[in-house]
Write a protein that binds this ligand. Structure first.
Ligand code: XLS
Ligand code: CA
Ligand code: CA
Length: 443
């Protein structure tokens, strides 16, 4: 049965195409700097937003019209798998991601939930035999069920901690079974609401113990996918422990976990933390910790995680600049952790949204690649820091000086000359590159 019968295979038709159900800029076969776009961008569909979510919000029930809406329980779960693989194929997307509870209904007990999962995982595995679409990452949802009211691996309740450990154990087994490229930990309720009732030290120590146990178990079962922490500052907790990349990194360093983890960076989480998307990517890149990306965008007028599909060329350009400078994402990818708006309730909108996101990243990639090839920013930055390539600057970076010698030097200075940072000029140059790239691809 076809779930999306009004939609045919989505193809690259180029910028001149008037067909809304076609790629205008994303050409999977096009080679950018030696790599096919498909292999460079590694796009992924988020199962939860695309097949599980229904468009409900705190003020209203779901609006999404989906061909599986009339089903329930395991029948619903199975229909979603069928629909998912039809969707992946029509969109020609190489990856997908899921939480345990997205794919299979929770049972009354842990054993029952695991049994439901086994049925659906077997079905997914069967589909994956003939599909080109692979699993970018999976994860355990430890935030929706009321048992996580006080957290999961940072709960005050040891029974909840044990239950969460069992969920992760199962999720690692599922990841191995389906050949997941990565495994993600997003700690939505790993944080606190008020310090008045919180033992922060114990919670953080317990979280680290939890991660170490996960590392050990993955090793034991031979699941060698990189582990990724996905930082987010808040929502649903008031303060989440893995606030941003820098905070997450300090945690990993303190608890001797840096060898086993990298980061999954989400654009909307970056902006919620008061950073730009590219800031978080840069911090990860500088520390060799860039694992994967949740590609979406927030809304600066709203204070929450809106998970919109990325359509901002400026943002995708600067994000891809970091990713290309990182020499790609390795085993990571660009996962559309993004949902269609509540008003975009038709199934066809799922295609339009992904096409928009893929095209926006394709353009961003082209612009970023050109900026890098032409060394526009590199040359400026090199010149800006040139004082460290000679004289006293060289002595500083080579560690050949000290406060006494620097004082001696400073006392002799009669005039200190600074040069302009030329921020506005550089921004105008980036605009020029975006406009020129668009002009060159337009037929
Ligand atoms: C929620 C997070 C979540 C993670 C996976 O804000 O983005 O969806 O990506 O648990
Ligand atoms: Ca995410
Ligand atoms: Ca999010």
């Amino acid at each position: 049965m076809a779930y999306f019968e009004n939609v045919n295979q989505i193809k690259y038709e180029g910028p001149g195409s008037a067909n809304p159900l076609a790629f205008k800029y994303y050409n999977p076969e096009e080679v950018i700097n030696g790599k096919k776009m498909e292999d460079l961008l590694r796009f992924s569909v988020a199962y939860w937003h695309t097949f599980t979510a229904d468009g409900s919000d705190p003020f209203g029930v779901g609006t999404a019209i989906r061909p599986w809406n009339h089903l329930q329980g395991l029948d619903l779960a199975k229909a979603r798998v069928e629909a998912a693989f039809e969707f992946f194929e029509k969109l020609n997307v190489p990856f997908f991601c899921f939480h345990d509870v997205d794919i299979a209904p929770e049972g009354a007990t842990l054993a029952e939930s695991n049994k439901n999962q086994d049925i659906i995982v077997a079905m997914i595995k069967e589909y994956m035999k003939t599909s080109k679409t692979k699993l970018l990452w999976n994860t355990a949802n430890m935030f929706t069920n009321p048992r996580y009211v006080h957290g999961a691996a940072t709960s005050n309740n040891a029974d909840v901690y044990a239950y969460s450990a069992a969920k992760v154990k199962k999720a690692l087994e599922v990841g191995k079974e389906l050949g997941a490229e990565n495994y993600v930990f997003w700690g939505g309720r790993e944080g606190y609401e008020t310090l008045l009732n919180t033992n922060m030290g114990l919670e953080l120590d317990n979280l680290a113990r939890f991660f170490h146990m996960a590392v050990d178990y993955a090793k034991e079962i031979g699941f060698d996918a990189p582990f990724l922490i996905e930082p987010k500052p808040k929502e649903p907790t008031k303060h989440q422990y893995d606030f941003d990349v820098a905070t997450g990194l300090a945690f990993l360093q303190k608890y001797d976990l840096t060898d086993h983890f990298k980061f999954n960076i989400e654009a909307n989480h970056a902006t919620l933390a008061g950073h730009t998307f590219e800031h978080e990517l840069r911090v990860a890149r500088e520390n060799n910790m860039l694992g994967s990306v949740d590609a979406n965008q927030g809304d600066t007028l709203l204070g929450w995680d809106t998970d919109e599909f990325p359509t901002d060329l400026y943002s995708t350009t600067l994000a891809m600049y970091e990713i290309l400078k990182n020499d790609g994402l390795g085993k990571g990818g660009l996962n559309f952790d993004a949902k269609v708006r509540r008003g975009s309730f038709e199934a066809e909108d799922l295609f339009h949204a992904h096409i928009a996101g893929m095209d926006t990243f394709a353009i961003g990639t082209k612009v970023a690649n050109k900026l890098i090839q032409d060394k526009v920013l590199d040359n400026f930055i090199e010149e800006r820091y040139s004082s460290y390539t000679q004289g006293i600057g060289l002595e500083i970076v080579e560690g050949k000086t000290n406060l006494r010698k620097l004082e001696e030097y400073a006392l002799q200075l009669t005039e200190i000359k600074n040069a302009s940072g030329r921020q506005e000029r550089l921004k105008a140059t980036v605009n020029q590159y975006i406009i020129e790239t668009l002009a060159n691809v337009t037929v």
